[in-house]
Design a protein around this ligand. Structure first.
Ligand code: RB5
Length: 151
């Protein structure tokens, strides 16, 4: 695994899957910091996307995982943050490719979409794959240009 510490967050609809992923990654000696939510009470996914993305923006952490019912709301919220490249994945191929080509720094998944085993495989694929750089740099830099144009 390339990373030794990551952030994780969820809303109520992603809580169970989040807890499964936390124990799976802890078994792999990855330090996982949970930004919440911590209970099954209904809550709003943008709050947890914001909490996690701010810690990546500050440089404290390089990568994170966000889970909601579908993974879609979390990815939409995360991608509103400068410097965050969030990918909603429900297969391992996409998880590897979004690291290699998009230098994604946040993985989003849906508890109502993927089972625990697949979600853990997707997380492992994401966390163990390096960005390829090279010809992809120009395109990833263009994402930052779009952010700058929309300030
Ligand atoms: C919560 O019911 C659900 O809407 C949320 O977890 C997420 O799937 C939104 O994208």
């Amino acid at each position: 695994m390339n990373v030794s510490k990551i952030l994780i967050g969820s809303d109520h609809a992603g809580l169970r899957l989040k807890n499964e992923i936390i124990s799976h990654l802890a078994d792999m000696d990855i330090d996982v910091v949970d930004v919440g939510t911590y209970t099954a009470d209904s809550c709003n996914y943008p709050d947890y996307a914001r909490a996690l993305c701010k810690k990546i923006q500050s440089g404290e952490y390089g990568m994170g995982i966000l889970i909601c019912g579908t993974g879609i709301g979390m990815s939409m919220a995360a991608n509103k943050h400068n410097g965050i490249r969030a990918a909603c994945c429900s297969d391992t191929y996409s998880a590897r490719m979004t690291r290699m080509h998009n230098n994604a720094n946040v993985l989003c998944m849906g508890e109502r979409v993927v089972g625990v085993g697949l979600a853990c495989d997707i997380a492992e694929a994401f966390l163990s794959t390096e960005y390829q750089g090279g010809r992809h740099d120009i395109r990833v830099n263009m994402l930052a240009e779009i952010e700058a144009e929309n300030q």
